[in-house]
Design a protein around this ligand. Structure first.
Ligand code: GDP
Length: 427
């Protein structure tokens, strides 16, 4: 059976923890989109890890991990991550890197940085890891696949074609030095050796695994709001963050995807540009306090260290997020974080031009949206580590009931702390 674990919101919902937990009973964990621009935080017996490219199943010896063709593969970063695991004493993972995945090149990183510099104050808040130029090149058909690394004539030809285009852009538009295609070619041949043992036919492997009835987890990066079609355009990422894209980026047949577990935090957090509409945002000292108490070490980006914007739970955005993900259930994380509050506002509608709506609007309207709050009582106690749902205080359970009613998807998992087993299954 294929299950996807994806984000209902802006990313950083705690998918890594839920994937790590569910991986225990899986045979295969697959990354199907995105690159090393975001990270999952996983805390287990080996320590605390921020995974950027590696699938979250790498801590289990019984799991085969797949980096699917939909991923933007930065080989250098992957190599660094593998080294980090081995240094921490984690056994070498079982890993397949799809030969159809494309390579995120040093020139993508440069282009990303040059473009943010050119945009100045109008920048999109890119992490400057080359993701947007990478996916643009994929669709412009000048991307280079992992399999090309093993066909040197083809690699040289594709590289010189791509570099010629980049150099016109870099020198003319950005007034920057050109890229040396020969030096890059040599660099790629060196990096090729790092990934050589892992490169394989991810497509056949996954299709056979589906036929054999294996338990397969698709692991999403970022969240529904960041999808370039259905998210908050243009403050999105450049690959599809929706479970449905797993059918392309992993890939698995569409009919094989049976469960979509949408992860959402018990409050909101959003990393990226300050100009992105974030309706339920909590500013000032109250926001600082939530940011400081959030997650396992405060709400700061796992990859970038940037402070995340925080706010109250937004049922308008989350219901839409769950809808476009096709959620069959929700995992609600970080419930423990809210234990300090006397009362907890929940954004249950938006007011746009004097009209109140519960439907998530198009980006052009979202900018004008003001939050409408319903305030619930807090539970004023520490629920960290509670594993029996019935042991939660009544007000905490009432909070979960209320969110479920608003988002219209069953909340089946409630996470009460960052550690693997700090979790309560909701009866
Ligand atoms: P992901 O990209 O969706 O995996 O999310 P991140 O790992 O970037 O951010 C989630 C943060 O919340 C991490 O610091 C996790 O360790 C932490 N976290 C996950 N679940 C819980 C929880 O139930 N309680 C608390 N306090 N922290 C959690």
């Amino acid at each position: 059976m294929v299950k996807a674990i994806v984000g209902a919101n802006w990313g950083d919902e705690g998918k890594g923890k839920i994937t790590d937990l569910m991986a225990e009973h899986s045979d295969i964990v697959v990354r199907f989109q995105g690159g090393a621009n975001a990270g999952h935080t996983i805390i287990n017996d080996y320590g605390r890890f921020a995974l950027h490219t590696l699938p979250s199943g790498v801590f289990y010896s019984h799991i085969t991990n797949v980096i699917g063709n939909g991923v933007a593969l930065d080989i250098q970063k992957l190599a660094d991550e593998l080294t980090g695991l081995i240094q921490a004493g984690v056994p070498a993972p079982n890993l397949i890197i799809s030969e159809r995945a494309q390579l995120l090149m040093p020139y993508h990183v440069l282009q990303d940085a040059y473009e943010e510099e050119r945009l100045g104050g109008h920048a999109f808040g890119s992490t400057k890891s080359g993701i947007a130029p990478f996916y643009s090149d994929k669709y412009a058909k000048i991307g280079i696949q992992v399999c090309d690394l093993f066909h040197e004539d083809r690699l040289r030809e594709k590289l010189s074609h791509a570099v010629a285009i980049k150099n016109i852009l870099f020198q003319t538009m950005y007034q920057k030095p050109p890229v040396d295609a020969d030096a890059l070619f040599q660099q790629l041949l060196t990096l090729r050796e790092v990934i050589r043992p892992y490169v394989g036919d991810g497509v056949s492997f996954l299709h056979q695994a589906v036929q054999q009835g294996k338990e397969i987890l698709l692991e999403g990066q970022l969240g529904a709001m960041k999808d370039p079609d259905l998210g908050i355009v243009p403050m999105t990422t450049s690959s599809h963050t929706l479970a449905g894209f797993g059918c392309v980026g992993a890939p698995v047949p569409p009919t094989a995807l049976k469960e979509v577990i949408c992860v959402s935090k018990a409050y909101s957090s959003c990393v990226g540009s300050q100009t992105e509409p974030f309706v339920s945002e909590l500013l000032g000292p109250a926001g600082d306090e939530l940011r400081r108490r959030g997650g396992d070490k405060g709400e700061f980006g796992a990859t970038t260290g940037r402070p995340r914007r925080v706010g109250w739970f937004d049922t308008v955005a989350t219901r839409y997020g769950c809808m476009i993900q096709g959620a069959t259930q929700v995992a609600l994380t970080c419930l423990d974080v809210l234990g300090y509050l006397d009362e907890i506002p929940v954004c249950t509608a938006y007011e746009i031009d004097g009209q109140v709506t519960k439907d998530f609007p198009v980006p052009a309207q979202l900018e004008k949206a003001k939050p409408v709050f319903t305030t619930l009582p807090g539970w004023k106690s520490d629920v960290r580590g509670i594993t029996r749902y019935e042991d939660l205080p009544a007000a905490a359970k009432a909070y979960v009931d209320f969110l479920e009613q608003e988002i219209q998807v069953p909340i089946k998992i409630v996470s009460t702390g960052p550690k693997r087993h700090e979790i309560a299954l909701r009866p």
